[in-house]
Design a protein around this ligand. Structure first.
Ligand code: GLC
Length: 645
């Protein structure tokens, strides 16, 4: 397909035929622009396939059809995004993540729209609604077992409601993000049902095996993700007498992307969702999308090829669409999801910064920042047109991503430190402030992940229970410190629903038989709108957290130095309890200092001079000025965003 003229003619007679010549020309121009970016990865994936040219043409046709179907307002959005490619890197971006039914007062998508004023009050510009496409009945891993990608969960509303909500959010300058669970489907999905019924074409949509020979070989090298829920990575299904690859739960079947039909289906779904007005897709569990014997079957080169091809093709049909990678893997394997080498800026635009989140909690428990400083210094820079997603809590557990090498570099033992963090945050460690629970104990490696809400892990639950007002004050300071860090680090900060008012762990999930086995529901609370109503009262916990956070958000939006493109690099402050971070770009230069202890701390003027922050300084959140001579004193858990005057 070197000469695209025939391709264009074919498209103009096919999916583009109803469009005006200018609209057709725009699409053809985009094909020209992104053709190489699509062809390279697709060649890696499918060139050995006997019908490769036919598949290529199929992918293009799907893409052209999605372009032709794209509504006018969304085409305008595309133009806006193309004119402002750094839109998601600007400091005005503030993300909020919620389960639609748990956030909405009436449990529906329409009810979510009713709460737009609340989101605006907080300063939110980006809303990620947790899985809302039709899941399997019963237990469904929080919606991550989808049985129909073109239907919204019935109790939430319809696809038309979702499109209406996306439009309403957009009018309010809020971009809607939803999950695309692209690694696996529910076993109730039509494709899986056809496979179970014996259809070989659909069996080829999944990784299925006639016996244990290959599964046993794969098991030698792959991880167990949910060792308590379901040991092993394969499940036997009697109706078709085959084993199926099930990385997560038994009812989540891994898709086989070696089959181009699977790629075509997912591309079509992706563009369909974009055409509903969804502006960003969180691509779930992408690391697992390609299997190779003898490896851990994560982060394989083909996974990157799949994502690059998705991006190049989606740029042709819906260039405004943002792709986010959810890959909870070590940094050397994570950064390539933002594109590397030739593919830099050509894969996903954003990725979750898991290590930063882990380091925040580690520093809080230890009251020391050496590990965080060192570990973050090791992380390679990311391509200029991409961004991190920073967060302190999310819907998942916290897994202690502390490597042996990073721990050793600062005099810690990785194994013991991870064990300490698990003890600390599950509430077992003597004197801990945290209230959390152990998630998925793996006796093979003593891995113990942690569940718990931000506020409970930060000490609010315990302090309130003890009637300890000083403890409550410290917990609120920890919560604001965490928020300050995710707002300043660089990238789109994601506030997790309820954290803005300090929602505690909610054990009510234990009453629901579909949820009771999974303690991640401890921190997937229902929004407490009564508590939220207290957010303007400065004498309440809610008021102290909400207004503190609002102030931070306002300061972030006004701070050009916090643009996502600004370099972000940790520095040693020469105080082991104070984390230092420099943000630097043509937009400005900022020094973030953060005291991770409950004791007052000092950073010396001399050290500030060495870091290039001599002279008078101003703190951008409170507006406080510092003369050129004094040391900087930080109160317990205080963070400062300093700029030269
Ligand atoms: C992602 C989700 C997690 C889910 C898993 C399987 O990691 O964040 O909640 O259990 O994928 O879909």
């Amino acid at each position: 397909m070197d000469d695209l003229t025939d391709v264009f003619d074919d498209l103009k007679q096919g999916p583009l035929r109803m469009l005006e010549p200018l609209e057709q020309a725009i699409f053809c121009q985009r094909v020209e622009q992104f053709w190489d970016d699509a062809l390279r990865p697709l060649t890696l994936l499918y060139a050995c396939h006997p019908h490769f040219p036919t598949w290529l043409s199929r992918f293009l046709h799907l893409t052209a059809r999605a372009y032709a179907d794209r509504a006018l307002d969304l085409r305008l959005l595309d133009l806006r995004r193309l004119n402002q490619p750094d839109w998601f890197q600007q400091s005005r971006m503030i993300g909020y993540v919620a389960y639609a039914d748990r956030f909405s007062p009436d449990g529906t998508l329409t009810g979510v729209a009713a709460k737009i004023p609340y989101l605006k009050e907080l300063g939110v510009t980006y809303l990620h609604l947790m899985p809302l496409l039709q899941p399997r009945p019963g237990a469904n891993d929080g919606g991550y077992a989808v049985s129909d990608y073109r239907q919204v969960r019935a109790d939430l509303g319809t696809m038309a409601d979702l499109a209406a909500l996306a439009a309403q959010l957009r009018q309010n300058d809020i971009s809607l993000c939803i999950d695309l669970v692209c690694n696996h489907t529910a076993k109730e999905h039509e494709w899986a049902q056809q496979a179970l019924a014996g259809d070989p074409d659909y069996q080829a949509y999944y990784h299925t095996f006639p016996d244990r020979t290959l599964p046993d070989q794969y098991e030698q090298t792959v991880r167990e993700i949910f060792p308590e829920f379901k040991p092993g990575n394969f499940t036997y299904y009697q109706p078709m007498n085959r084993w199926v690859w099930t990385t997560f739960n038994e009812y989540q079947w891994d898709l086989n992307y070696a089959n181009p039909a699977v790629f075509a289906e997912m591309l079509d779904i992706m563009l369909y969702l974009a055409n509903q007005g969804v502006e960003a897709l969180r691509l779930d569990a992408v690391a697992f999308m390609w299997k190779r014997l003898g490896t851990d079957c994560e982060n394989q080169p083909e996974v990157h090829a799949i994502l690059q091809a998705f991006r190049a093709l989606s740029r042709m049909a819906a260039p405004g669409l943002l792709l986010k990678a959810e890959a909870i893997v070590p940094p050397p394997q994570l950064v390539p999801y933002l594109g590397q080498g030739r593919a830099a800026n050509k894969e996903c635009e954003a990725a979750y910064h898991n290590v930063f989140m882990v380091m925040l909690w580690s520093a809080l428990a230890e009251r020391k920042v050496a590990l965080m400083t060192h570990a973050l210094q090791q992380i390679p820079a990311i391509p200029a047109n991409t961004s991190w997603l920073t967060y302190a809590r999310c819907h998942d557990d916290i897994g202690w991503a502390v490597t042996e090498a990073d721990a050793a570099a600062v005099g810690l033992n990785g194994y013991l430190h991870r064990a300490f963090l698990s003890d600390f945050y599950s509430g077992r460690f003597e004197g801990t402030f945290a209230r959390g629970a152990t998630f998925q104990f793996n006796p093979k490696n003593n891995d113990r992940r942690i569940s718990g809400s931000q506020a409970s892990l930060a000490g609010l639950e315990l302090a309130l229970e003890m009637g300890d007002s000083q403890g409550v004050g410290l917990a609120i300071r920890r919560i604001l410190l965490l928020h300050s860090m995710i707002l300043a680090f660089g990238g789109i900060p994601l506030l997790y629903m309820g954290d803005e008012i300090g929602l505690l762990n909610d054990p009510s999930y234990l009453d629901d038989p579909d949820l009771a086995h999974d303690n991640r529901w401890l921190h997937r609370q229902f929004m407490d709108w009564k508590a939220a109503a207290r957010r303007h009262d400065p004498d309440t916990v809610e008021g102290r957290i909400f207004t503190g956070l609002q102030k931070l958000i306002r300061a972030r939006k006004a701070a050009f130095a916090l643009h996502g493109r600004a370099r972000s690099y940790p520095v040693w402050t020469h105080n082991e309890r104070v984390f230092g971070l420099i943000r630097e770009s043509a937009h400005g230069r900022m020094l973030i200092l953060a005291n991770f202890s409950e004791w007052g701390q000092v950073v010396s003027r001399r050290r500030l001079d060495e870091m290039g922050f001599s002279g008078a300084l101003v703190e951008k959140v409170d507006g406080r000025a510092f003369d050129p001579y004094s040391d900087i004193y930080l109160e317990p858990y205080q963070a400062m965003w300093l700029e030269k005057v």
